[in-house]
Design a protein around this ligand. Structure first.
Ligand SMILES: C[S@@+](CC[C@H](N)C(=O)[O-])C[C@H]1O[C@@H](n2cnc3c(N)ncnc32)[C@H](O)[C@@H]1O
Length: 211
């Protein structure tokens, strides 16, 4: 996977786009809000926003250079997506009081695996993040997690299944073998997903809710 060169002007440039919002300035809307954490260059959210105008999408990504790519894509293709905002922030800084039980669906797509044990706390399925998601999800909200990384899948499943407040609704180690399953049939590919599918890598998926 190629590394993205950092654009030192990106933190300022992103602020000029109408599809960008500072996390502190984000206002709740009456529409259903679906959130992707670690949204990368935005393909997943852009495609969802184009196809579901009745839903509002928010993407959180910690690197402004990456968000700028998503914003430029919208501009270049003249896409009408006023139901989509990107924000540059670390997920750990989400204000749980402001977003309290506001999110209907939370997507974690191809999250960084952080394979070293000493970095486990950075994994987006570590216990601290699972606590955060519980606070911001609606009572009937769900989290959808996809990963090419078998180690991260196993780790995530162990953490989830060890918790009394979590209900694993669906899991598979091969999304594409089960593409007709109701949890997969409307699958929207992400940038990373496209690359791993092209390499014939199995894609893991877990869907869970909170009790
Ligand atoms: C491997 S990429 C996947 C991008 C995209 N979701 C996809 O599937 O193509 C993971 C992304 O998550 C972002 N990320 C990782 N940890 C994050 C965090 N704590 N808060 C916000 N973004 C994060 C990274 O900067 C990176 O862009």
């Amino acid at each position: 996977m190629g590394r993205l060169r950092t654009n030192i002007n990106a933190p300022e440039l992103i602020k000029k786009y109408s599809n960008y919002v500072e996390l502190d300035d984000f206002k709740l809307t009456k529409k259903q809000i679906n959130l992707e954490i670690g949204c990368g260059k935005g393909d997943f959210l852009i495609n969802n926003a184009l196809n579901h105008k009745d839903v509002f999408y928010l993407g959180i990504e910690k690197y402004s250079t990456v968000i700028l790519k998503a914003l430029k894509k919208i501009e270049r293709n003249k896409l009408q997506v006023n139901n989509l905002l990107f924000t540059c922030a670390d997920a750990k800084d989400i204000d749980c009081n402001k977003l309290k039980h506001a999110i209907s669906r939370l997507y974690l797509n191809f999250s960084d695996p952080w394979p070293k044990k000493r970095h486990a706390k950075r994994r987006l399925t570590s216990p601290t993040f699972l606590d955060l998601y519980k606070k911001i999800l609606k009572d009937d909200g769900q989290v959808e997690f996809k990963t090419d990384n078998d180690g991260l899948y196993q780790y995530s499943l162990e953490v989830l299944e060890s918790r009394k407040d979590v209900k694993v609704i669906y899991k598979t180690t091969n999304l594409y073998k089960n593409i007709k399953n109701k949890f997969n049939k409307d699958n929207v590919q992400t940038e990373y997903e496209k690359k791993f599918v092209a390499l014939n890598k199995n894609i893991n998926k877990i869907v869970w809710s909170y009790k």
